[in-house]
Ligand binder design. Structure first.
Ligand code: C2E
Ligand code: MG
Ligand code: MG
Length: 788
């Protein structure tokens, strides 16, 4: 113990002697008191000036960099004093020293637990225990896992030197016996320990920074929206360089998003992400910023495409190869803090790479959710918004409207598609200017716009009033009208796509009404349409399961009562055993396209039935088959016809196709060509339900048809054969003048048959003669008839 005390005393004396010597040396060559000694000058030859009369009340200069923290652990207070004394005014890399003190192992542990950033620990090996220092080292390195702090062990006696393994394993910087530790050596030891600490810190700081950059880059890469991208960039910048600065991020030429501001800015800049101070300006254009100095600095940076560093103002510019630019304003002196240029460079490169990706994904987002012509939302975006509305409180007072521009396709055809596009853009702009941000406006079809918002706004009166004034396109003024289908969402229980479908149903209904120009969706409409869909599925199943069949109704020569032909009529008995009327299911088959396959099957069945009758020895007769417009216009119809004839081997002249008046009056050129082809095969054509459509006589003349079939509505009216005004009679006369055959359908009474005969109509079909029959019944009927 005594030896120890003596050694300590010697150590203190050595330090104080040297200090006195320094006084002497400095007196001879005075240095300016404020000039700090750099650690580069730190050697045994170069002396340190100590200012005894340093004013302790002198205010600290906050702009000075933080001092290095030195923890002195020694049970002898004199050692603390002497150490501080020896190191006073030491400046290492521009930073002074700050001391913390512990006088026992316990105290040291307390200090270590609560102090951060200690650079060097000067640790006495022998304190309360002989190896207290080494225990403490173990505690520092292993328990507290403080690997950066540098440790200089001091001991009063060499015998207490730690093992070499302990020095290596505990990462101890220096081990000095107090007697050999002169002031110069202490300075050297502290300086090299601080520098080592600085290097370790720098390495671990850049590791941390790298980790942060990597993490931020991953987050940035995952961003799909500019806003998230900007927020992460701003926050990372602050964290990375420990800036704690207020600021914002501006982007140029904002993609069209729901929150894009309307007001324009000269450079097209708007604030997309802000810290707290600038939060009220979030979403505004840069020119709306109150602080004009900041505004000008950002504009300058953007204009010059160069980052700007001013006193307490920094603007960083990130720009990619395609010219997309992001400007970040930070209210701080960034250049002074740019300690790690490499990290900034790396981060910037990552930001730009992510910017490329976000520009691309924003373009994809734009294409996926916005209509390129009008810039309005598209169908998908509308469905998304609609889904949000239906899942929120807004649902209770929201409505959806579909706005269909009347006769737009005619305008398009007449004036060209380019003009049509201009017109659609003008309509989109007008809807947007009126309903603006209050509603979601979308273009969901060629000439169909959608409006989603509060039901007071989404009202048919307001919407239709937008069409009171003409629209201008290409310097032309075009007056347009529209039809609106609406759905109130308040009690809506289904999803977004159903709501859109229902608005469409209401729109179709409004178009049919041709009166008010709008219609609200009602439950009944929905039931009706859903019933049709149900029927479509059932019809498809019936066809697949071969539950459809064909019946045949005879056609008679009135004068002789002879059977001249048959009409094939389709029948469907549903699973409940009820017959579904063809007038109900044929339109659904036409609408769904099922008619193509079903129609072919009817045609082939009829042809094979005719062949069968011929084989059974019945007199040759004709077979009439109904053909829908969809079948008739189908590109493969002619081949289907040829194949049916070839496969059944019936003469073409025995087959008659019944087409409707609407087919006969459609697209004259195509029709004339198709009819000519059919005629060339030798197949006959008749016009069914004649008199119910709007046949043009001139067109009728041009078509190579064989027969008119008077609709049964005109047969019902026949009462008096002398009735000159009868439409049936007029049709008969017309057929005579066009040299066409004529047949009456729906003949139920002898009187009607006689009247028709009187008009000059030779043929009839109807319940008077026979109802449509299945093939087995038909054969019995035909046999009975031929035997009478
Ligand atoms: P349609 O071609 O005008 O067929 C004549 C319709 O009048 C048939 O109705 C027939 O049962 C009915 N009818 C015949 N005689 C009388 C009568 O004396 N009194 C009354 N009240 N009705 C009579 P159906 O079978 O219900 O067919 C209705 C319509 O469905 C057909 O009118 C036709 O346009 C269409 N249709 C039927 N089968 C087919 C088919 O295979 N293909 C296509 N495309 N349409 C078909
Ligand atoms: Mg028919
Ligand atoms: Mg008919």
């Amino acid at each position: 113990m005594l030896v120890q005390s003596v050694r300590k005393l010697k150590f203190i004396l050595r330090l104080t002697q040297e200090i006195q010597l320094y006084f002497f040396w400095v007196d001879s060559f005075p240095l300016p008191p404020s000039m700090p000694m750099d650690e580069t000058q730190n050697s045994d030859e170069i002396l340190l000036f100590i200012e005894d009369d340093q004013d302790p009340t002198r205010p600290e200069d906050s702009s000075l960099p933080a001092p290095w923290k030195i923890l002195i652990i020694d049970d002898d207070p004199d050692v603390h004093t002497a150490t501080m004394y020896a190191l006073t005014e030491l400046i290492i890399r521009g930073r002074g020293l700050e001391y913390q003190h512990a006088y026992s192992t316990q105290e040291a542990k307390q200090v270590l637990l609560y102090s951060k950033d200690i650079a060097v620990i000067l640790l006495d090996v022998v304190m309360d225990m002989d190896d207290a220092g080494l225990h403490l080292v173990n505690f520092i390195r292993n328990t507290l896992a403080m690997s950066e702090v540098r440790i200089v062990l001091r001991t009063g006696q060499a015998g207490y030197a730690p093992e070499m393994e302990a020095i290596r394993d505990f990462d101890i910087n220096d081990y000095k016996s107090k007697t050999e530790l002169t002031q110069a050596k202490l300075l050297t030891a502290i300086t090299s320990a601080v520098r080592a600490y600085e290097h370790i810190r720098a390495a671990s700081d850049s590791n941390l920074a790298l980790e942060m950059v990597i993490r931020a880059s991953a987050d940035l890469m995952a961003c799909v929206e500019f806003k998230d991208f900007a927020e992460i960039t701003l926050a990372t910048m602050n964290d990375l360089f420990d800036l704690h600065a207020e600021g914002f991020v501006c982007i140029q030429h904002a993609p069209r998003e729901a929150n894009t501001p309307n007001t324009s800015d000269a450079l097209g800049l708007w604030l997309i992400a802000c810290t707290e101070q600038f939060a009220p300006q979030q979403g505004c254009v840069l020119s709306a910023l109150e602080d004009k100095r900041i505004q000008l600095l950002v504009q300058k940076a953007v204009f010059e495409k160069r980052s700007q560093f001013e006193n307490r103002h920094t603007v960083l510019i990130f720009t990619n190869a395609s010219g997309q630019l992001v400007a970040m304003y930070l209210a701080c002196d960034f250049h002074a803090r740019m300690l790690d240029k490499h990290i900034l460079e790396l981060f910037s490169r990552n930001v730009v790479a992510c910017l490329d990706k976000i520009v691309l994904s924003s373009r994809m987002h734009q294409l996926a959710f916005f209509d390129p012509l009008t810039g309005l939302a598209n169908r998908f975006h509308l469905l998304k918004q609609l889904g949000n509305t239906l899942n929120s409180d807004k649902k209770t007072d929201s409505a959806l409207a579909l706005i269909d521009v009347d006769h737009f396709s005619e305008t398009n055809d007449a004036l060209g598609h380019q003009f049509g596009d201009l017109l659609l853009s003008a309509i989109g702009r007008r809807i947007k200017s009126y309903f603006g941000e209050a509603c979601t406006i979308a273009r969901v079809g060629n000439d169909i716009f959608a409006l989603l918002g509060h039901e007071d706004l989404v009202s048919p009166t307001l919407i239709l009033s937008l069409f009171f004034q003409p629209f201008s396109a290409d310097k032309e003024q075009i007056q347009l009208s529209a039809t609106v289908g609406l759905v109130r969402l308040s009690h809506y229980t289904l999803g977004a796509s159903e709501a859109l479908k229902d608005a469409n149903i209401a729109l179709k209904r409004a178009k049919m009404q041709l009166r008010s120009g709008f219609s609200y969706f009602t439950r009944e409409m929905g039931v009706e349409i859903r019933e049709r869909v149900r029927m479509m599925h059932a019809l498809r199943a019936a066809f697949d399961e071969q539950r459809l069949f064909v019946v045949y109704q005879p056609q008679i020569q009135i004068s002789s009562g002879q059977v001249i032909g048959l009409e094939a009529l389709l029948r469907w008995k549903n699973k409940e055993g009820e017959f579904v009327p063809p007038n109900d299911f044929i339109p659904i088959a036409e609408y769904s396209g099922l008619i193509i396959n079903i129609g072919e099957w009817v045609l082939r069945s009829a042809c094979f039935e005719l062949k069968q009758l011929e084989r059974r020895g019945f007199e040759p007769m004709r077979m009439a088959v109904n053909v829908s417009q969809a079948q008739f216009n189908h590109p493969l119809f002619f081949q289907t016809l040829e194949r049916a004839l070839a496969d059944s081997r019936i003469p073409a002249s025995q087959l008659e196709l019944e087409i409707t008046e609407s087919i006969a009056m459609n697209e004259p050129q195509v029709l004339i060509e198709t009819l000519a082809q059919i005629k060339a095969l030798g197949v006959r054509v008749s016009i069914d339900d004649f008199g119910t459509g709007f046949s043009s006589l001139s067109q009728l003349q041009k078509l190579s048809i064989d027969k008119l079939k008077i609709d049964r509505a005109f047969i019902r009216d026949i009462s008096d054969p002398k009735d000159e005004g009868s439409i049936a009679k007029m049709i008969v006369q017309l057929s005579q003048s066009l040299q066409l055959e004529v047949i009456a359908e729906g003949v139920e009474t002898e009187q009607q048959a006689l009247a028709l005969q009187g008009f000059g109509c030779d043929y009839a079909q109807g319940f008077l003669y026979a109802k449509p029959m299945k093939n087995a019944d038909l054969e019995i009927w035909l046999r009975e008839r031929s035997s009478t």
